[in-house]
Write a protein that binds this ligand. Structure first.
Ligand code: RNT
Ligand code: ZN
Length: 411
């Protein structure tokens, strides 16, 4: 008997169907962020990343053009199992001829992405880019007291809804459009309300455009603080949650955007009773929103467990969001995307009904013992079988290093 067959029987004895787990997993879309490939720089600005987010490191081989980025995405995706989407930021517009500013972006500026996605049978997600731009004034965009600035960014948001709908119509897959603004203050503000009222008004204006809500899911992402904006964040957790509730749009939780002892894994079940959909940015914060590569670690597993055990795989939009410039960027993509899938598989390989029953019957001793037992079940054998069926090598480092040698090091 091979290792998979043996492992399958061990899981079967715990009441778990490994075949079913693999079948479910391969159809769960995970949206891969394009911005790991070029350190969140994009193609429409002079290369300075702003907005209180930071990539550190200078590993050789950063993608500098759309062709390079897409070539790298292809390489990464060839080593990532499962169903994928591509998450694009507005700053990744590709201009064929004249450049358009962010308030004048049109669907055609993203045609190369649409073509790329269609050829690979993937959906596209989208994000307006409210950073790395000269119209960010005093660290403010949609909450700016300068009407020119505020209006510029409102127009950008509107353009992005149109582009998102184009993505959905072209690919046939709904598009998740996430709004995140960096707005905030380094030091103690005199007026905490004004910026939030302006942000609310701006969002209302953006959402006043007519769009197909079955094709575009507009999300709002909150944050605790950014670099250089440590004292006040306009789009705080409470602001965003209240706004989302009042408008019926989708909340987005990034697990790097909370105080270090707060966990998104616990928040998921606090959101599900109130929202049809929930969106996640899966990342790994180290002491702050450092956006390290996602690993197969306890919190990632717990997040996946919360989605799977509450049967919410079709309600939660899962996307990755991290940027590490200190290691091979292709490997960073593969490791993070595989980690999300490993976490989902490990959740699918748990006897959730039995565990819930033990909790409800207050058999907490048995619950603890079973939860511990699951941790040493032969997960790796099921994971390897999944990779085998997806036609993806387990060991990707040799291929990544070869690509580094042949392609990245020549840039
Ligand atoms: C920043 C947010 C946001 C960005 C991307 C690039 O703190 O997490 O989602 O990472 O828009
Ligand atoms: Zn995020």
């Amino acid at each position: 008997m091979n290792r998979y067959e043996e492992a399958k029987q061990i899981y079967c004895a715990m009441g778990i169907d490994t075949e079913k787990a693999i079948d479910i997993l391969k159809n769960v879309p995970v949206s891969m962020h394009c911005w790991q490939g070029d350190d969140v720089i994009g193609f429409d600005n002079d290369g300075e990343l702003s907005g209180g987010i930071q990539t550190t490191g200078n590993y050789p081989g950063r993608a500098r053009t759309a062709e390079e980025l897409m070539q790298d995405i292809d390489k990464a995706m060839s080593l990532i199992p499962g169903k994928k989407k591509i998450n694009v930021h507005a700053c990744y517009a590709v201009f064929d001829g004249e450049k358009a500013d962010r308030d004048a972006l049109k669907p055609e500026h993203f045609d190369v992405w649409v073509k790329f996605a269609k050829e690979r049978n993937m959906g596209l997600d989208f994000n307006p880019t409210f950073f790395s731009h000269h119209m960010v004034k005093d660290n403010l965009t949609l909450s700016s007291p300068d009407e020119n600035v505020r209006k510029f960014w409102v127009e950008h948001g509107k353009r992005c809804i149109e582009i998102s709908q184009y993505f959905a119509e072209e690919t046939g897959v709904p598009c998740v459009m996430n709004v995140w603004i960096p707005d905030g203050y380094k030091d103690i503000p005199a007026d905490r309300l004004g910026p939030r009222e302006r942000f609310k008004k701006s969002l209302d204006e953006i959402l006043s455009v007519d769009y197909d809500k079955s094709k575009v899911f507009v999300c709002l992402e909150s944050k605790v603080f950014g670099i250089g904006m440590e004292s006040y964040t306009v789009g705080s957790a409470e602001f965003c949650l209240n706004y989302v509730n009042s408008k019926g749009i989708t909340p987005l939780m990034d697990n790097g955007h909370y105080h270090p002892t707060e966990v998104v894994s616990d928040k998921i079940a606090a959101m599900l009773p109130f929202h049809k959909n929930l969106a996640l940015h899966v990342t790994r914060g180290v002491r702050w929103d450092s956006d390290h590569v996602v690993l197969f670690d306890d919190e990632t597993k717990e997040i996946a467990k919360e989605i799977v055990h509450h049967n919410a795989l079709d309600r939660v939009f899962i996307a990755t969001d991290y940027f590490d410039a200190s290691i091979n960027r292709i490997s960073a993509w593969i490791t993070g995307m595989r980690s999300v899938q490993k976490a989902l598989l490990s959740a699918l390989l748990q006897p959730s009904d039995t565990l819930k029953k033990l909790q409800d019957e207050n058999r907490m001793t048995e619950l603890m013992v079973l939860q511990e037992e699951i941790k040493t079940a032969p997960f790796g054998d099921i994971w390897e079988e999944y990779l085998r069926r997806e036609g993806v090598e387990k060991n990707y480092i040799a291929e990544v290093l070869e690509y580094e040698n042949e392609v990245l090091s020549k840039r």
